[in-house]
Design a protein around this ligand. Structure first.
Ligand code: APR
Length: 251
């Protein structure tokens, strides 16, 4: 049996399925991943430095410009075949590290954004101010209207803690799953990547779809393009009853 047939069979026989996704899911929509080589103007900068409190302290305008570049790219992007195939499965809960909303744009209902949303700004001092922005025409660096500290994207940076309610909902969704479908993540950023180990420890099957092998406790790893493989793996799956589970958190 090929790896894709194996993955298809596991998904077909699983009742509850959850997904855990990363930047590779959106790569074929034209959104740069974090750890694959980038091209163009922003390739000279390291995302791990820009997406950090230290990077923001060193040059807040640069960090906002980088996010606004990503926002404008996202505004012009479309969900790809993998997003669409996932969204067709109404009973799935999606735990994503992606700060885009391409799963929701494809029609997915239950998306938990572990690393926040690029469509929101919030106060960097965390006074509680939050604002939805137009990602096609994002504002530049500006002060919080409530307390004067700088505003920043409402995303989780390196070294910051994950949103607690989203983390708890994600652990619950994965604890309840018979199978975790891991798509397009290098699986190296913790605590998010620990959800793969958690799925395994609760007895769920783990299916990985990624452009290259990753270190994860998978029953089967299918190597290749998410947009090609995800629709094949989900083809013919009987969509279960969507229960009252968590709705999407930020979009
Ligand atoms: N199809 C499938 N997989 C792909 C594709 C594709 N078309 N393109 C790239 N990939 C894979 C890459 O091989 C890589 O293993 O997707 C993975 C993307 O890994 P990262 O760039 O590390 O992205 P991610 O795992 O989402 O990063 C986790 O780190 O930078 C932080 O907070 C940020 O949420 C992000 C987190």
């Amino acid at each position: 049996m090929s790896s894709i047939e194996h993955a298809h069979a596991l998904v077909a026989e699983a009742g509850r399925v959850a997904t855990f996704t990363g930047a590779g899911l959106s790569a074929e929509s034209g959104i740069d991943t974090f750890r694959d080589p980038a091209t163009g103007y922003w390739a000279r900068y390291d995302p791990a430095e820009l997406a950090s409190p230290a990077g923001f302290a060193a040059d807040p305008g640069l960090v906002i410009d980088w996010y606004n570049h990503r926002r404008r790219t996202l505004a012009a992007a479309e969900p790809n075949a993998a997003h669409r195939a996932l969204a067709e499965q109404a009973d799935l809960t999606h735990v994503t590290q992606n700060v885009d909303h391409l799963l929701e744009r494809a029609g997915a209902q239950r998306v938990l954004h572990l690393h926040g949303s690029i469509g929101l700004d919030r106060c960097h001092r965390a006074c509680g101010y939050e604002e939805r922005i137009d990602i096609s025409a994002p504002p530049g660096l500006r002060p919080c209207p409530s307390c004067g500290a700088p505003l920043r994207p409402a995303v989780v940076w390196f070294g910051e803690t994950l949103p607690e309610a989203t983390w708890i909902a994600s652990v619950e969704a994965i604890s309840a799953a018979d199978l975790l479908l891991v798509i397009g993540t290098s699986g190296v950023v913790y605590p998010a990547a620990g959800l793969i180990d958690h799925a395994r420890s609760t007895g769920a099957a783990v299916v990985v779809v990624n452009a290259e092998p990753i270190r994860a406790p998978a029953d089967v790893a299918v190597i290749g393009s998410a947009a090609d493989l995800v629709p094949m793996i989900l083809a013919g799956r009987r969509v279960g009853q969507a229960d009252a589970g968590p709705g999407s958190d930020v979009w």
